[in-house]
Design a protein around this ligand. Structure first.
Ligand SMILES: [Zn+2]
Length: 116
């Protein structure tokens, strides 16, 4: 691994930007609003996984992920998960997205239902 074959001796001008999969923590997750909401939910529901009851490394997770159009700060869209369940759920969501984004969510036109 790692040995590059020469591309016909032609130098590629836009080489050196290596795309490392850096995990960027979105500023959202450091926002006061989010932290306070999580603290409140944990207080109300108890600081444990809502699926198995584990109290290990409880993570507040968006049921519908924000990038899929889920609501940021709606408690109804937030579920407390243990590390294990969070991993599984995230992997599943990622797999679903990789499969073309079909299924739940998908391309919804998020027209906000305004009107009375
Ligand atoms: Zn769990």
């Amino acid at each position: 691994m790692g040995r590059l074959t020469a591309f016909g001796g032609r130098l590629q001008p836009l080489a050196p930007k290596v795309k490392a999969p850096i995990k960027v923590v979105e500023p959202f997750y450091q926002s006061k609003a989010w932290r306070e909401l999580v603290a409140r939910i944990k207080r109300e529901r108890g600081n444990h996984c809502e699926r198995c009851g584990s109290t290990k490394r409880v993570i507040a997770d968006h049921k519908q992920e924000r990038k899929d159009g889920g609501a940021d700060l709606d408690p109804a869209n937030i579920e407390l998960l243990c590390f294990d369940h969070h991993q599984r759920k995230t992997a599943k969501a990622r797999a679903a997205r990789a499969l073309g984004g079909q299924g739940t969510g998908g391309h919804q036109k998020s027209g906000s239902p305004s009107g009375s």
